[in-house]
Write a protein that binds this ligand. Structure first.
Ligand SMILES: Nc1ncnc2c1ncn2[C@@H]1O[C@H](COP(=O)(O)OP(=O)(O)OP(=O)(O)O)[C@@H](O)[C@H]1O
Ligand SMILES: [Zn+2]
Length: 469
């Protein structure tokens, strides 16, 4: 009884402190967003938490550089390729950064340092611990805060003369065109296919150059779309890839410095376009292989006369539903596949109950070895999905052996349960399908089910000490 009362008291205390923490985060976000707005004067600029989308005043025209600007930008001013004329152009230029993550952070940092006139910073998400290894404008104290506000606050410390406009929301078909129209150059630093099509179409419809970057694992890519007669994203990729073939940073991993490098090259191309030097990546795709330390330029196909958005007779004349077009979400952090019916799936709570009741079964973990090395459930049998997909005899034999061993502990029940787990519950569904097709003759009747939400659901709902990654 005493233990129960203590548990209730502790539960209430945790809830109270979590409320307090939420309040503090909201206050900090307000302070960061309002800080510079409050003291901003004519000419100086700050962080304004703009409504989404907001009508912005034009950037002031400057005939010459102030003494302060000459000193600040002196090391780039003496470059004949830039000079005073180029610097003044930068000051007149506004750039919309879509995504303040791994690419957006370094990109915005160099644009702000170089003296771009206005930076629009779009992000719908908040800073998380697993962002910090690459999203270098955010720090530990910013966890839980909107990324757009956090980025703007850090950038303001770097260069307070730039006008920062954080937009804490998702760029969507209803907001994108109005927003893109207000900027001179757009940088796509997002991480999902629907947003790439959305940004592309908005840039074509608004006639804006699009500097697009991507980075995954140890590789990066960069293209400048819709610029000086070059192709748009749809010219090169008229159809979206099947959602299940797309890997994101959470699934595939990324070495933080790789988006750092690609974001810097994106910033370089933005600066070249903004200052009048021009970019040659409207004809070429830059590919970076970090393992080999190699950059390659791939010649692009020219703009397509029959492109759906930038062609001679476009069928896309206004923004569409890109999530429906791509079959995936633009804002979900984790891609969620629905390959199995509910009878072939169990929840982590149901699995915990089975464990507690010591129901004989095999737990099959289908994650790659590198993830199993990070954390695992001790009793799980490990066979990576790739080995199941290639029907590796060695691994299937191992599975059979483990099923037979466990089966001996039962009194000959007809269908032996195999529960399949992965990180998030996507690969486990693919594995269940493969196991369901195994010949009954060899394995005996097996009842395979996947564990919904995978080990991350286990960590958040069952065992808070289990690592999340
Ligand atoms: N439609 C959109 N509107 C606004 N922000 C977007 C949109 N699509 C993607 N983003 C933002 O783009 C950023 C991309 O950053 P990054 O590729 O580093 O991934 P992440 O989502 O932060 O990280 P992880 O995948 O590891 O959780 C994210 O901050 C994400 O919120
Ligand atoms: Zn096109």
């Amino acid at each position: 009884m005493a233990g129960g009362a203590e548990a209730v008291r502790l539960g209430a205390e945790i809830e109270r402190r979590e409320r307090e923490l939420r309040g503090l985060r909201e206050r900090l976000a307000e302070v960061l967003a309002g800080e510079s707005g409050a003291d901003s004067e004519e000419g100086s600029a700050g962080v304004s938490a703009a409504a989404f989308p907001a009508e912005l005043p034009p950037l002031p025209a400057q005939a010459s550089l102030s003494a302060a600007a000459i000193l600040r930008y002196s090391r780039q001013l003496v470059l004949p390729e830039l000079g005073v004329r180029g610097q003044l152009r930068l000051a007149r230029c506004s750039v919309l950064v879509v995504g303040c993550g791994g690419l957006g952070c370094p990109l915005a940092q160099y644009l702000a340092a170089a003296g771009i006139g206005r930076l629009g910073l779009v992000d719908h998400d908040v800073v998380e611990t697993s962002n910090l290894h690459r999203q270098v404008l955010h720090g530990e104290a910013r966890r839980g805060l909107p990324k757009a506000v956090s980025a703007a606050a850090t950038l303001r410390l770097l260069n307070s003369t730039v006008h920062y406009v954080p937009y804490c929301g998702a760029l969507s078909p209803s907001t994108a065109l109005e927003l893109v129209r207000q900027y001179d150059v757009v940088a796509d630093c997002s991480d999902n296919v629907p947003t790439r099509y959305l940004v592309n179409d908005a840039c074509v419809l608004a006639g804006k150059p699009l500097v697009s970057g991507s980075a995954l694992r140890l590789e990066g890519q960069l293209v400048v779309y819709n610029y000086q007669g070059g192709p748009c994203y749809r010219c090169l990729f008229p159809k979206p890839p099947p959602p299940e073939t797309v890997t994101n940073c959470a699934d595939g991993g990324v070495l933080g410095v790789v988006p750092g490098i690609m974001g810097c090259i994106q910033a370089l191309e933005v600066l070249k376009i903004a200052s009048g030097m021009g970019s040659s990546f409207n004809q070429f795709m830059l590919m970076f292989d970090a393992r080999e330390g190699k950059f390659r330029n791939i010649k692009l196909r020219p703009k397509k006369a029959d492109c759906a958005v930038c062609g001679d007779n476009p069928s896309v004349t206004r923004l569409q539903d890109y999530e429906a077009f791509c079959g995936s979400s633009a804002t979900d952090k984790c891609r969620t596949l629905h390959l199995l019916s509910s009878k072939d799936r169990i929840s982590v709570e149901e699995y915990k109950k089975l464990l507690d009741e010591q129901v004989p079964h095999v737990l099959l973990d289908v994650r790659p070895q590198v993830e199993v090395d990070i954390c695992r459930l001790a009793h799980a049998v490990h066979i990576p999905l790739s080995k199941l997909e290639e029907k590796s005899e060695e691994y299937l034999e191992y599975l059979k052996k483990r099923i037979c061993e466990e089966k001996q502990r039962t009194n000959g029940q007809t269908s032996f349960p195999v529960y399949v787990v992965c990180k998030l519950g996507n690969d486990s569904q693919k594995a269940v399908r493969i196991i369901q097709e195994l010949p009954v003759k060899a394995y005996g009747p097996v009842l395979a089910k996947d564990i919904k939400g995978g080990l991350m659901a286990w960590a958040s709902k069952i065992d808070p000490t289990f690592p999340q990654y």
